[in-house]
Design a protein around this ligand. Sequence first.
Ligand SMILES: Nc1nc(=O)c2c([nH]1)NC[C@@H]1CN(c3ccc(C(=O)N[C@@H](CCC(=O)O)C(=O)O)cc3)C=[N+]21
Length: 282
Amino acid sequence: MNTKVMYGSTVARHIRTDLEGTVLKLKEKEITPKLTVIIIGDNPASETYVRMKKKAAEKIGIQSTILELPSDTTEQYLLSIIQDLNQDLSTHGILVQLPLPDHINEKKVLDAVSPDKDVDGFHPINVGRLSISQEAFYPCTPLGIMKLLDFYGVQMKRKHVVVIGRSNIVGKPIGQMLLNEDATVTYCHSKTEDLFEYTKQADILIVAVGKAHLITKEAVKKGAVVVDVGNTFLDSGKVVGDVVFDNLLGHASHITPVPKGVGPMTITMLLYNTIEAAKRLG
Ligand SMILES: Nc1nc(=O)c2c([nH]1)NC[C@@H]1CN(c3ccc(C(=O)N[C@@H](CCC(=O)O)C(=O)O)cc3)C=[N+]21
């Protein structure tokens, strides 16, 4: 079997070109989409991601500001900054980079971001809207996966999708989005017994665990579509996913690489959501 590699980097380029056009049109109406990213402390991976987001935003004409706060920032101060940004008419999108330091309550912080500026799609209002298939900000990684599958012509209707991972930002929402496309969805997670008995039944396997080398072809039905959401930094500095990519070549029908797979789609959907916010808020 000839395995089709689904490059998020390629799809992202197409979408970003479209988005650039949309930004130009907004600018004619005197609206410049603006994203503010808040980052707390000095987690090197987070700093890399935030820099990538800023660069990607500016490349297509979205204004972006990074607010770098020290690791001893109080929860109260962070909440006050978010309140200010909620009120600030020039800011359309607010993103608080995760993870937060231990002394800050993540739930309180995510609840504080206005649902209308919640370009991450993490606010309970947006989570709830997704769960009842309403229009909302959808979280960037799962939305990016949907666009990637769509671009490569992967049918979802009536397919059995197995999702490994039940996080609020990837596993749960991707299952819901696929359910909305009439897939049959099975969730697996760290307490699942006989994991591979489930994964072997998948027409589409979404792996969002964060454990390098978790999935080899023994866990995958021949001809399945495999989406790797893993992003583990090895000591060598290399980024790897949860799937042994080379092992699946010739076995899967489609597979995403890491890097250049889901990651670039995540960032593209952040740009997409920011532009949507600007359209709605004006
Ligand atoms: N509030 C919040 N929103 C997020 O969306 C968010 C977050 N916090 N915290 C961290 C995770 C992680 N994340 C990634 C985005 C892009 C790549 C990406 O593009 N990676 C490149 C490789 C990176 C490299 O080469 O260094 C790729 O896959 O090709 C990875 C990971 C967003 N996150």
